[in-house]
Design a protein around this ligand. Structure first.
Ligand code: ADP
Ligand code: MG
Length: 591
């Protein structure tokens, strides 16, 4: 084939692919345009997760009739004139590509009017071809209607994820922007359903409450930090409030939502040793730095940035977050220190006269798991001992244990035929609940019990739309949950097994689980779901138990199929064998 120039239609569809990947990208570009136009109020309506309709109505400056045709042309922008301005961009848009791209892959109608014109104008663009401009009566501002997205590029439609996922991307996007611009009014509706509405009164905490519920919003710690022309504001979660993924870590730089790995790393460093492994904070952080310090022109969808001085920004974020964390919350030490030894002891040092630990659990500990990866010199197990440990782990069950008592309201101490057992009450209870629940599940009979006072839980919009799709599964697990209002649910019944525990915590645990996986296999979902709820429902470390409760827990644990680990694979117990005790006390074989 000879080399030919692509037709402008094909070329613009290719370019559109970079900017407009999915319905949420359309929403993002239109939102950014409205914000750039100084809109005070932005109303977004979607139908069929944006595939049928995305409409954004704003009360911003509008587009003069004479410029409307230009606005939809490629590389037409009112925001950038000279190329040197590219290095100090203060608007969200600057490429002049969005409207052209959207217009080339949908049927788009723009209606707009500026203050000093009597009438507005309307322009329709279908698959990249604009029709004639018409004059219309309308209020000041701009309305963009995008219908039948990707109707002419079916391949793109095929690449979209499930409706739930696409919808969540839109919900997440709009709520993030609402948080970033608390002084503007946002309204997101799905057909007639209002998903999110903010008042524009400038109070970020009320938006947080709409997002995460009042109880979470109350706990979030506020950051206000300034340094050499940079400013970091927003909220971070205290160490007691975490998620199992990084999805709720949000950064805005100069009003633009970005995914910046180095900023997330800086933030996670601030939490270093304060969080359990695999737990992540929730944040909504807004960094303002001089526009010349950051290059936003590195990513087609402008989702990534580059800093002129990366280290400086990194350290600013890390220090500010750490300071806030320490100022608000005392530091619990999650890092292990068994009998006072810490993992920082260099392995070359002469061995300390500490206890050797044979850990009796089913598998090798994953070394990455920080809470447990006590350094090898603390766990040094002589060959003989380790063979004992191995033999023990071959037999998954545990011997009958005699309860001695509880220490630190966290561990049960018990004696077995072969020495001393320290049982982590939380992990053990998790295991017990999990096996009971899964057994009931296998029998297809999970007894459910109505709550005297139903619990009402408010969830972020993206979680609630997800939860709605999973209500039948919850029902199956003995949870009777009903929609109770926008993003609000009522828990009316829960599995009898959990009665007396916090039902709203259970619901939150479940939702978090759905968010983990986009489309897990059904039976995986069920086991994971059960494990997650059991974790939340299990007795906590630091909870004093009566001797009856302690004894019952040991008894239940003995009855489990895999008593040595919790459903997430962590050990439920540490075993100090008689053999090892004798060694340690110098009764047998010198070290
Ligand atoms: P960019 O935002 O990069 O300039 P777009 O294709 O998104 O490019 O928009 C082209 C131009 O159309 C903008 O520069 C702006 O002048 C105008 N425009 C687009 N949307 C709006 C809006 N909602 N209100 C006012 N002007 C708008
Ligand atoms: Mg734009």
């Amino acid at each position: 084939m000879p080399i030919r120039l692509l037709s402008s239609e094909v070329a613009s569809q290719i370019a559109a692919g970079e900017v407009i990947e999915r319905p949420a990208s359309v929403v993002k570009e239109l939102l950014e345009n409205s914000l750039d136009a100084g809109a005070r109020s932005i109303t977004i309506t979607i139908e069929e997760v944006g595939k049928k309709l995305i409409e954004v109505v704003d009360d911003g400056s509008g587009i003069p009739s004479a410029e409307l045709e230009l606005a939809v042309a490629r590389h037409a922008t009112s925001k950038l004139i000279r190329s040197d301005e590219l290095f100090s961009i203060s608007t969200l848009g600057f490429r002049g590509e969005a409207l052209a791209s959207i217009g080339s892959v949908s049927r788009m109608t723009i209606t707009s009017r500026v203050q000093n014109e009597q009438e507005g104008a309307r322009l329709r663009v279908e698959g990249g071809t604009a029709s004639k401009l018409t004059k219309v009566g309308t209020t000041v501002g701009t309305t963009v209607r995008v219908e039948d997205l990707f109707y002419n590029v079916p391949a793109r439609l095929k690449f979209l994820k499930s409706d739930v996922t696409e919808r969540r991307a839109i919900d997440v996007l709009v709520t993030r922007y609402a948080l970033a611009y608390p002084d503007r009014r946002f309204k997101l509706s799905d057909g007639k359903n209002i998903v999110l509405q903010t008042s524009g009164d400038g109070d970020r905490r009320t938006i947080l409450a709409a997002l995460y519920g009042v109880d979470v919003a109350k706990q979030m710690l506020e950051i206000i930090s300034e340094e050499e022309g940079s400013r970091l504001t927003g909220f971070i979660s205290p160490t007691s409030l975490t998620r199992s993924n990084r999805r709720e870590i949000t950064f805005f730089i100069n009003g633009r939502w970005v995914h910046d790995v180095s900023l997330s790393t800086a933030l996670l460093q601030a939490y270093h040793t304060l969080l359990m492994v695999g737990r992540y904070p929730l944040t909504a952080l807004f960094l303002e730095i001089p526009p010349g310090e950051v290059d936003v022109n590195v990513h087609p969808a402008k989702a990534e940035v580059r800093f002129r001085n990366q280290d400086k920004v990194f350290s600013f974020v890390q220090r500010s977050s750490r300071k806030t964390l320490l100022a608000y919350s005392p530091v619990p030490n999650v890092a292990p220190s068994l009998w006072g030894t810490t993992r920082t002891v260099p392995s070359e040092q002469p061995r300390r006269a500490g206890l050797d630990w044979a850990i009796g659990h089913d598998q090798q500990l994953p070394v990455s798991s920080d809470q447990l990866s006590v350094s090898s010199d603390q766990l040094s197990v002589s060959s003989q001992e380790s063979s004992i440990a191995n033999r023990q782990s071959e037999i998954a069950s545990i011997p009958l244990l005699r309860l001695i008592g509880q220490i630190g309201a966290t561990y049960l101490v018990a004696e077995g035929p072969d020495g001393l057992y320290l049982v982590d009450q939380h992990a053990a209870h998790e295991r017990v609940l999990f096996e009971k629940l899964m057994a009931q599940h296998a029998m297809k009979n999970i007894p459910s019990q109505s709550l005297l006072t139903p619990a009402v839980v408010t969830l972020p919009p993206q979680s609630s739309s997800l939860l709605i799709t999973q209500l039948p599964l919850l029902q199956h697990f003995g949870f009777d949950v009903e929609e109770f209002g926008p993003n609000t649910f009522q828990v009316r019944a829960m599995p009898a097994l959990f009665l007396g525990s916090d039902s709203s915590a259970a619901l939150r645990a479940l939702v978090e689980d759905f968010e983990e996986d986009e489309s897990p296999l059904q039976n995986e979902i069920e086991a994971k779901l059960a494990a997650r709820v059991c974790k939340r429902m299990a007795v906590k470390a630091g909870q004093a138990l009566s001797s009856e409760e302690q004894r019952a827990l040991l008894h239940d644990l003995e009855a489990c199929d895999s008593p040595r680990t919790c459903p997430h694979g962590r050990p439920t117990m540490i075993h100090l064998s008689v053999d090892m005790l004798e060694r340690q006390f110098g009764r047998r074989g010198a070290r």
